[in-house]
Design a protein around this ligand. Sequence first.
Ligand code: 2BA
Length: 109
Amino acid sequence: MKLITAIVNKKDAAGVCGALRKEKFFFTKLSTSGGFLGEGNTTLLIGVEDEQVKGVLEVIRLHCQKRMEPMPAIMGAEAGYPAFNYTAAQVLVGGATVFVTNIEHFEKF
Ligand code: 2BA
């Protein structure tokens, strides 16, 4: 069994969750925020049998897009951007960041 931890952009969360539900995958949705940008994102914990991993990754891939997001002004300053250019600083965020880990033991009580 595997645990898939998927960090997705909050703009994609509804689409991914809807598709996972439709495909009858069990998951837990956490409200999280990125350590770098400090923006809200969504972390999904999805426990599946090994042979289902590919299907889950496909759902995530289909519903998550890469986007340019603005960098907070204070970070622009720290990164050496001149004041007039703070708002122009952007970083590429997502699709999704996904970790797949082995589960040693699983039970539901
Ligand atoms: P954030 O930490 O807010 O990062 C947003 C985007 O900022 C990242 O997009 C990346 O393009 C950039 N970034 C992050 N840390 C950076 C750094 N130290 N130096 C330069 N640029 C940096 P993604 O890589 O697509 O990550 C999107 C979100 O996924 C992250 O939001 C974080 O919540 C999570 N994430 C990404 N990699 C992770 C990892 N190795 N471990 C845990 N969470 C991760």
